[in-house]
Design a binder for this molecule. Structure first.
Ligand SMILES: Nc1ncnc2c1ncn2[C@@H]1O[C@H](COP(=O)(O)OP(=O)(O)O)[C@@H](O)[C@H]1O
Ligand SMILES: [Mg+2]
Length: 231
């Protein structure tokens, strides 16, 4: 259970002050699939970054399973992220000079996982996102949708319980966007909590909950019956 209470985020630069989030309360239960929608600049990425502890709120509290994360030092937060969170971004952020397998393996290198086990885990996760047959390719040899699935594999290899995706289909055409969405939906079926920022209303079909933001505030929060993904 993720719990944000009274979260406000103000960005201050020399001459401008922007309130990106105002008094946001949001609880997400384990195993939910949540979409966050709203116009550009309404605070979606800020909200996701706070959920991922990549950014800290100006005021308010964030806790997970009753444990307060707000105010913890960076070392503690980094350990929390490594253990619990997988990030997926709009730009896939793959290393062009490495193979698909090496890109995913990179996420395990600093965890002291033995090479043989590393290889087993990487291959398993690539199979899971349907990219096992492309393990030796370079990112540039893949479609955008395939690259994003590799990025999802990289996020998954450390077995996070929470996947945070910021416009994961933003750089994809609708066909490849759908593939990525199906992948996220099947991970959710297997038990992961998925929170996804999206600008596409069509994507709202596959989620169990739709949170709408305007000017930094939640203006709607609806549960919906999840439509089965055809794949
Ligand atoms: N690092 C930052 N410094 C200053 N302003 C920022 C920063 N990040 C975001 N903002 C501002 O906060 C608001 C919300 O941004 P963001 O969360 O990125 O919106 P969205 O993802 O919905 O497009 C915007 O007005 C944006 O310009
Ligand atoms: Mg954004």
């Amino acid at each position: 259970m993720l719990e944000l209470k009274g979260i406000t985020k103000v960005y201050r630069t020399v001459d401008v002050e922007t309130t990106a989030l105002r008094d946001v309360d949001l609880s997400v239960t384990d195993g939910e699939f949540v979409a966050i929608m709203g116009p550009s600049g309404c605070g979606k990425s800020t909200l996701l970054n706070i959920l991922g502890t990549l950014d800290t709120p100006t005021s308010g509290t964030y806790s997970i399973n009753g444990e307060l994360l707000t105010g913890r030092n960076e070392k503690t937060l980094a350990a929390f992220r490594r253990r619990h969170i997988g990030f997926v971004f709009q730009s896939f952020n793959l290393v062009d000079t490495l193979s698909v397998r090496e890109n995913v393996e990179l996420a395990l290198l600093y965890r002291r996982v033995k090479p043989k086990l590393r290889r087993t885990k990487v291959d398993a996760v690539l199979d899971r996102v349907g990219m096992g047959h492309r393990a030796r390719h370079r990112p540039a040899q893949l479609s955008g949708g395939q690259q994003q699935r590799v990025a999802i594999a990289r996020a998954l290899v450390s077995e996070p319980s929470i996947i945070l995706a910021d416009e994961p289909t933003g750089n994809l055409d609708s066909h490849h966007g759908r593939e990525v969405l199906d992948t996220l939906a099947s991970l959710n079926d297997e038990g992961a909590t998925v929170i996804m920022v999206t600008h596409s209303v069509q994507h709202a079909d596959v989620v169990g909950r739709l949170v709408s933001l305007r000017d930094g505030a939640i203006v709607a929060d609806e549960s919906r019956r999840r439509r089965l993904v055809a794949s």
